[in-house]
Design a protein around this ligand. Structure first.
Ligand code: SF4
Length: 249
């Protein structure tokens, strides 16, 4: 089984518990105004215009696993494992499934980092081989969500409800952008939704930063209108933590 991978990072200590290897699959169905990885959006390999590097290469599940297995000893001692991320890994659902099955066969724990915008069938197939879902919740207001990502949030919320009802463990990630999705009502709706779920282990805030902006230039793309040019500050983050509650440290 082959797919397009744009990066593999070893020694990652976010993207799930313990010491991890993150495998970045290319392609994403959303177009978030705050995207930190715009080079991940196109499903095909592409060249940067400023440095003429290639982003994305075809790999087999076996080749990916050869990289992932190198740190197996550290996963075991730290409670870590492999994280499939992107982009949106369910855009290459069969490839993601093949890698996850291979990891499980090696005794490597699997996390799936997802925006949630995929047919339920993709999650249903991945569910038995994924130990932890890292699930983005960007905005509960449907209209606002369309403006922020170009897509409806109904399938995202529906998939998370179904995963949760099926007993899937999740960490909820909230990519918050000052002035765009952090009003009092945004935070209250987010909190209420998370509290309605039963298998959420952790809630994380992912504060907006501007590192993605230079990547648009690098790949010869227009920065989307409305992208903030200043990162979230400490005061924003303090307010979000306080207003969301939910045990966020
Ligand atoms: S879901 Fe992630 S990768 Fe996809 S556009 Fe949004 S921020 Fe970028």
């Amino acid at each position: 089984m082959k797919g397009i991978v744009f990066d593999i990072k070893r020694g990652v200590t976010k993207d799930g518990p313990g010491f991890r290897t993150s495998v970045f699959l290319k392609g994403c169905p959303l177009r978030c105004v705050r995207c930190h990885n715009p080079e991940s959006q196109c499903p095909k390999a592409e060249r940067t215009v400023t440095t003429d590097e290639v982003c994305g290469r075809e790999m087999s599940d076996g080749e990916v696993m050869d990289e992932v297995k190198r740190d197996k000893v550290f996963y075991a001692s730290s409670g870590g494992g492999m994280t499939l991320t992107g982009g949106e890994p369910t855009m290459q659902a069969e490839f993601a499934l093949a890698i996850a099955c291979a990891a499980r066969a090696e005794g490597v724990s699997v996390a799936l980092d997802t925006c949630g915008f995929a047919p339920w069938a993709a999650f249903e197939r991945l569910l038995p081989v994924v130990d932890l879902f890292l699930y983005d919740l960007k905005c509960m207001d449907a209209e606002k969500h369309r403006g922020l990502t170009g897509a409806d949030n109904a399938p995202i919320l529906g998939n998370l409800r179904r995963l949760d009802a099926a007993g899937a463990k999740s960490w909820i990630r909230c990519p918050l952008v000052p002035g765009l999705n952090d009003s009092d009502s945004d935070l209250a709706a987010l909190r209420d939704f998370v509290l309605s779920l039963r298998n959420v282990q952790k809630v994380e805030i992912c504060p907006y930063h501007t590192l993605g902006l230079e990547k648009y230039v690098k790949f010869g793309r227009q920065v989307p209108p409305g992208v903030p040019t200043a990162p979230a500050g400490p005061a924003d983050i303090r307010r979000w933590r306080q207003d969301l509650g939910l045990g966020i440290a």
